[in-house]
Design a protein around this ligand. Structure first.
Ligand SMILES: *[C@@H]1O[C@H](CO)[C@@H](O)[C@H](O)[C@H]1NC(C)=O
Ligand SMILES: *[C@@H]1O[C@H](CO)[C@@H](O)[C@H](O)[C@H]1NC(C)=O
Ligand SMILES: *[C@@H]1O[C@H](CO)[C@@H](O)[C@H](O)[C@H]1NC(C)=O
Ligand SMILES: *[C@@H]1O[C@H](CO)[C@@H](O)[C@H](O)[C@H]1NC(C)=O
Ligand SMILES: *[C@@H]1O[C@H](CO)[C@@H](O)[C@H](O)[C@H]1NC(C)=O
Ligand SMILES: *[C@@H]1O[C@H](CO)[C@@H](O)[C@H](O)[C@H]1NC(C)=O
Ligand SMILES: *[C@@H]1O[C@H](CO)[C@@H](O)[C@H](O)[C@H]1NC(C)=O
Ligand SMILES: *[C@@H]1O[C@H](CO)[C@@H](O)[C@H](O)[C@H]1NC(C)=O
Ligand SMILES: *[C@@H]1O[C@H](CO)[C@@H](O)[C@H](O)[C@H]1NC(C)=O
Length: 477
């Protein structure tokens, strides 16, 4: 049925048809196997059950094409349900999922009972009250996708999915902040610059800035009085036989896709927020570090660590206990580290930046942020792996300062054993790691060594001078 409806759609221009809607009345129901969805008038979009893993989930998807593209998922973190579940638009105006055993789950939580639902050709699933006022709409609760005419409002966020086939909440978010800035962060991090890996740079544009998508694929920001304050994409992509949508992908990059609506039409990725797949922070898991190799992201473990699960970079890294028995710090000049340092050295840095959430002090001052911010981050990592025996994760700025000062104190007192407890370690190696770590984490960026020098110092190729106290320059600035 769907392909026939689709041919009808092709005669219509997208914008002209977007307002049309299929009305769904109280008492209607859907089941996963038969009558599984409510189609929009053109048949382009559907609200209903779609297959996910070993069961069914609910949402809005492109129904007219062979490969279903889910554009909105209801209760995305809930487990899929078996084929004997039912979706009910109850006579008292609620949209609920009922299990064969009789259990009920509210699918959308509107403030009042609905008297009508609709699936529109814009892809919006809407609930109305008895006065025909909108009381809930899927466009106001985006998951990972923005459709043409849909807005991401101030305070709202998109969350990446776990994978292409598992739509529950993944590890990245894109937030339309109340300060007017559109920013990307890993999930579970505060909304502060040091955790950000993309920003539109429009903070200060006033309250209620919105992210908008036009049918031709132009993504732009409007301020509260409706002025266009920034175009993120230029637009101009075909709208005939195609639909342009924006999606925050699993890898933390948001992309503009042009879905060809003709039979066997494909989906083209026409624009992405970055070409550097290492930009999204934390993609390599605990103790991992991302390096670009032939335009692809590759995870590397920090010195002294190995992959938790071989061949799976995103699983993160754990201590390599075999190596540890020989020396607390395994060969730091190994291939992985050399590559990591080399890649850092050749990057150029602009905009908001930092690495893995280690906040270089220049962030907090009105100072230019350069490649030395990454030297700083690397230094904190060195100190942490060397001295803390804990997994490298998001450190708070306060912890960093305390760590540096504590390490320096032990170093100054010649009390390095304190740093490693009862561990039997190679003293020379430890001494090198600590000294390099202290140099890298100096407050004043110009005093930090270059990454190239860091590598030579870790290898033992060059002498490492005694590092100054971490606080002595702090007070001077
Ligand atoms: C659907 O309901 C709306 C609001 O009551 C009404 O304006 C529209 O004509 C209805 N559409 C159809 C196809 O019945
Ligand atoms: C599907 O829904 C239609 C309209 O509500 C109904 O007439 C038809 O019997 C249903 N089909 C099945 C198999 O339940
Ligand atoms: C519904 O389906 C599930 C999974 O197939 C099954 O375990 C359960 O017993 C079924 N419930 C009823 C009432 O048929
Ligand atoms: C929106 O932008 C326009 C043009 O820059 C500006 O004149 C207007 O004051 C802005 N509105 C708000 C609420 O900041
Ligand atoms: C922003 O939106 C909120 C909620 O709709 C409203 O109360 C507030 O007045 C708006 N602010 C501006 C500057 O438009
Ligand atoms: C954004 O693009 C539109 C269409 O090309 C153009 O009219 C508008 O001036 C641009 N706005 C800004 C702020 O660059
Ligand atoms: C969509 O695909 C068809 C068939 O592959 C092709 O002829 C058409 O030009 C494509 N349309 C767009 C807008 O890319
Ligand atoms: C890789 O590891 C992650 C995290 O442990 C896991 O969720 C994912 O399924 C793994 N992928 C593969 C291909 O094994
Ligand atoms: C490393 O040392 C631990 C603790 O002494 C010991 O249990 C383990 O077997 C050793 N591993 C290897 C590979 O020698």
């Amino acid at each position: 049925m769907a392909p026939i409806i689709l041919f009808l759609l092709l005669a219509l221009s997208f914008t002209a048809s977007a307002q049309r809607q299929t009305n769904i009345t109280l008492g209607s129901s859907l089941t996963p196997i038969t009558n599984s969805s409510w189609l929009s008038p053109s048949g382009l979009y559907a609200f209903g059950f779609f297959r996910q893993r070993n069961g069914y989930s609910l949402g809005v998807f492109l129904s007219g094409i062979s490969l279903k593209t889910v554009v909105w998922a209801a209760r995305r973190d809930d487990a899929p349900v078996p084929g004997n579940a039912t979706l009910l638009f109850t006579s008292d105006g609620r949209v609920v999922l009922t299990s064969a055993q009789g259990g009920e789950t509210l699918i959308v939580s509107a403030s009042q009972p609905a008297s009508l639902a609709s699936m529109s050709d814009s892809g919006n699933f809407v609930l109305y009250n008895s006065d025909r006022e909108i009381i809930w709409q899927s466009f106001d609760h985006p998951t990972d996708t923005l459709l043409p005419t849909q807005q991401l409002k101030a305070g709202a966020e998109l969350f990446s999915p776990v994978s292409e086939t598992e739509l529950s909440t993944g590890i990245y978010r894109l937030k339309m902040q109340n300060d007017g800035n559109l920013v990307q962060y890993p999930v579970n991090t505060p909304d502060t610059g040091s955790y950000a890996y993309f920003a539109s740079g429009t903070d200060g544009a006033g309250d209620n800035v919105t992210l908008n998508l036009d049918p031709d694929g132009r993504l732009y920001l409007l301020n509260s009085t409706g002025f266009n304050i920034k175009n993120i994409t230029a637009g101009g992509y075909p709208t005939k036989e195609a639909i342009n949508m924006m999606k925050l992908d699993t890898d933390g990059i948001f992309r503009l896709y042009s879905q060809n609506l003709t039979r066997n039409g494909n989906r083209l990725d026409v624009w992405s927020s970055t070409s550097n797949k290492c930009d999204p922070k934390g993609s390599c898991g605990l103790n991992g570090y991302c390096v670009m190799k032939d335009k692809e992201a590759e995870c590397t473990c920090l010195p002294g660590f190995e992959f938790v699960s071989q061949g799976n970079g995103t699983s993160g890294c754990e201590r390599d206990f075999d190596a540890e028995n020989e020396s607390r710090c395994p060969k730091v000049s190994d291939f992985g580290l050399a590559k990591l340092l080399k890649s850092d050295q050749t990057k150029t840095f602009t905009g908001i930046r930092g690495t893995r959430g280690y906040v270089a002090p220049e962030w907090h001052r009105n100072m230019p942020v350069t490649v030395k911010a990454d030297v700083y981050s690397f230094g904190v990592m060195l100190l942490e792996i060397t001295c803390c025996r804990k997994n490298v994760d998001w450190l708070l700025p306060e912890d960093e300062a305390v760590l540096e000062q504590w390490v320096y104190q032990c170093f100054q007192d010649g009390d390095m054993d304190k740093l490693v407890g009862d561990e039997i370690v190679d003293k020379k190696e430890l001494d090198r790691m600590v000294k390099v770590g202290l140099w890298c984490t100096l407050d004043e960026p110009s005093l930090r060594p270059s990454m190239k020098k860091v590598l030579l110092m870790l290898e033992g190729t060059v002498e490492i001078p005694i590092p100054p106290s971490p606080t002595s320059f702090f007070t001077a600035i």
